[in-house]
Design a protein around this ligand. Structure first.
Ligand SMILES: [Zn+2]
Length: 49
């Protein structure tokens, strides 16, 4: 059994900092964060003036 290091692009939710790696190859980014189900996981909070 060999240890291999696979570099895959994972995702990190900007809301809950949950990190995950998509199990299947997808051409599209996940729609929601699998943890907090936020559709805005990809968008950092914006500061409102
Ligand atoms: Zn999240």
């Amino acid at each position: 059994m060999a240890k291999i290091m696979i570099t895959v692009q994972g995702y990190r939710c900007e809301r809950c900092n949950h990190e995950w790696i998509p199990r299947i190859k997808v051409n599209e980014d996940p729609v929601i964060c699998p943890k907090c189900k936020s559709p805005y996981w990809n968008k950092p909070k914006k500061r409102k003036k």
